[in-house]
Design a binder for this molecule. Structure first.
Ligand code: GSH
Length: 199
């Protein structure tokens, strides 16, 4: 088995989808979490200067979703057919489009809060409605078994719900999907054991 090293800050953030995939597949990896104070000296040593990165036997892969898609393919969680794989990619990209609307790195707390409130109040309902329609009465977002799209929904919505706990109250099917993901034994064990961080 390859040697895996995942580097990110001590946050769930953009690394958590890959940590879910490692947890689910049972693959061993180094969960390397760097301190913000060390980042300025590490940044220039990393291709493209952003994290997360995944090292696979020393080969550096950047971009969180490229990393996660690779791990999902390796673990049979990318979708069972090419069409399912495209649909899972599309759902992940749709959720990610929404997550990138937030000014995560904004230092001014008033500006940050105002932007978060606006997005959560005015933009989230449309995404939730569309995701709920897409899910319908199925157990999983794509196909008949869990995929990384379900994981991404759980990871991202956990952060969104920490900002606005009633966000998905009108969407019990989406909340039930979170419960299903979090009840998978390997995911439940990871959530129990992972470092507790705000994001
Ligand atoms: N699209 C990239 C991905 O999904 O990996 C975004 C990567 C990104 O912006 N990472 C942030 C980062 O490296 C942390 S979430 N920030 C430090 C910096 O830009 O110097």
């Amino acid at each position: 088995m390859p040697q895996y090293k995942l580097t990110y800050f001590n946050l769930r953030g953009r690394a958590e989808i890959s940590r879910y995939l490692f947890a689910y597949s049972g693959k061993k990896y180094e969960d390397h979490r760097i301190e913000p104070a060390d980042w300025p000296k590490i940044k220039p040593t990393i291709p493209f200067g952003k994290i997360p990165i995944l090292e696979v036997d020393g080969v550096i892969i950047h971009q969180s979703l490229a990393i996660a898609r690779y791990l999902a393919r390796e673990s049979g969680l990318a979708g069972q057919t090419p069409v399912e794989q495209a649909l899972a990619d599309a759902i992940v990209d749709t959720i990610d489009d929404f997550m990138t609307l937030f000014p995560w790195a904004e230092k001014n707390q008033d500006v940050r809060k105002q932007a978060f409130d606006d997005i959560l109040t005015n933009k989230a309902p449309e995404l939730l409605k569309d995701l709920d329609t897409f899910l319908g009465d199925s157990n999983w977002l794509v196909g008949k078994s869990v995929t990384w799209a379900d994981f991404y929904w759980d990871v991202c919505s956990t952060t969104l719900l920490s900002c606005k706990p009633d966000l998905a109250d009108n969407y019990p099917r989406l909340l039930a999907l979170k419960d299903r993901v979090q009840a998978l034994p390997a995911i439940a064990a990871w959530i129990q054991k992972r470092p507790k961080t705000i994001m």
